[in-house]
Design a protein around this ligand. Structure first.
Ligand SMILES: NC(=O)c1ccc[n+]([C@@H]2O[C@H](COP(=O)([O-])OP(=O)(O)OC[C@H]3O[C@@H](n4cnc5c(N)ncnc54)[C@H](O)[C@@H]3O)[C@@H](O)[C@H]2O)c1
Length: 339
């Protein structure tokens, strides 16, 4: 999709909306960057916005007012998922590009609405999937590409966090709030899109979450590989890293990654592994760099909203499968959301 560019050679003036835990992390990340600066902070709780705003930045409860007062170039939407629709819609209507925290929106129809709104506004809307920006994952991707056709990617995520707040009240906390990262990273790693899924979601008896905190899903991916995801958010003991444990079984050998260090590889024969591509930086810095580069150049970035819709569709196809007990095609779930 083509979108308006901002070619001035100066740091972008960003308004961060949502001054919760992740919003404050974004304020720090932007403040530490040469690509952008925090021009304003917005939250329903005006006190929280003021407390999070760096000296000299505007703060308030109204995005329109803070954006005008701070001469904003773009918005970072770090509100709770239920607010992604109204906040990103308002930003696009104000004529501002948006870098939104995952998930794109709380539901797939809402996500489709935002993608259409970005098209209509002619503004860039990118979803920040910061867990793509890990040097180990980029290395694993190069190693896997050199192993030939992939048969199976298995992915295990086991953690036991006590968050409190919205996650403990959600119906599908693991799949909606966390597995979106892993599903998106699997698409990135395999350079493949989801075709269909069979999923079982459940809540272990000792879980402190109201909704399903444990899940196993088997995805058929384009090209014929299978991505098998198993995760739990109430799994104390021998926890995995936040980036999970990965194993890729390919025609030419196997690669594993613990989500922290360097991948391990056993190949059948010597092969050429590509040298490092332009790595945009770790975590939020990578997300921000990709967003700013796209605004400068007009080149569609990874995780542009049309692309990210396919990662979110994996989440909602998995939920539909768990609810119906049947294998679900991802294109049918997307078509239903498009109405
Ligand atoms: N990428 C990651 O690693 C990561 C980690 C944590 C959270 N997140 C994402 O970041 C987002 C925020 O999560 P959090 O943990 O900071 O939540 P949080 O509940 O701590 O903060 C959300 C903030 O948004 C504000 N808010 C809600 N609706 C608003 C609206 N309409 N206008 C302005 N402000 C509004 C709330 O007042 C609150 O301060 C979520 O989408 C979450 O999934 C991402």
């Amino acid at each position: 999709m083509s979108f308006r560019t901002i070619t001035d050679d100066r740091p972008l003036r960003l308004v961060i909306v949502g001054a919760g835990q992740m919003g404050r992390t974004w304020v720090e990340a932007v403040a530490g960057s040469r690509l952008a600066e925090v021009a304003g902070v917005v939250d329903l709780d005006e006190g929280a916005a003021r407390a999070a705003a760096p000296p000299g930045a505007a703060a308030g409860a109204s995005l329109g007012e803070v954006a005008r007062r701070s001469a904003a170039d773009a918005v970072v939407d770090v509100t709770a998922p239920a607010a992604h629709l109204p906040v990103t819609l308002e930003a696009l209507e104000l004529g501002l590009p948006v870098l939104g925290e995952k998930p794109l929106a709380a539901t797939l129809p809402e996500a489709v609405k935002l993608v259409r709104a970005a098209e209509q506004a002619g503004e860039l809307f990118v979803v920040s999937q910061n867990r793509r920006f890990h040097p180990g994952l980029w290395r694993l991707k190069r190693e896997v590409a050199a192993l030939g056709e992939v048969g199976l990617l298995t992915h295990q995520f086991f953690k036991a966090p006590h968050f409190g707040g919205f996650r403990e009240a959600m119906a599908h906390p693991l799949v909606v709030d966390m597995a979106i990262h892993n599903f998106d990273a699997a698409r990135f790693l395999l350079d493949a899109d989801p075709v269909a899924v069979y999923c079982e979601e459940f809540n272990p008896s000792w879980s402190w979450y109201a909704g399903s905190a444990a899940t196993t899903a088997v995805f058929e991916m384009s090209g014929g590989s299978r991505f098998v995801y198993t995760g739990s958010w109430c799994s104390p003991g021998l926890e995995t890293s936040w980036n999970s444990d990965w194993r890729v079984s390919a025609a030419g050998g196997t690669a594993t990654w613990d989500g922290i260090g360097e991948p391990q590889v056993e190949a059948l024969r010597p092969r050429a592994v590509a040298t490092a591509e332009d790595y945009p930086g770790d975590d939020l810095r990578g997300s921000l760099a990709v967003f700013v580069e796209a605004l400068r150049t007009g080149v569609e970035p990874m995780n542009e909203c049309h692309d990210n819709l396919r990662s979110l569709a994996m989440v909602h196809a998995a939920i539909a499968s768990a609810e119906t007990g049947s294998r679900v095609r991802v294109d049918e779930v997307l078509a239903a959301a498009e109405g």
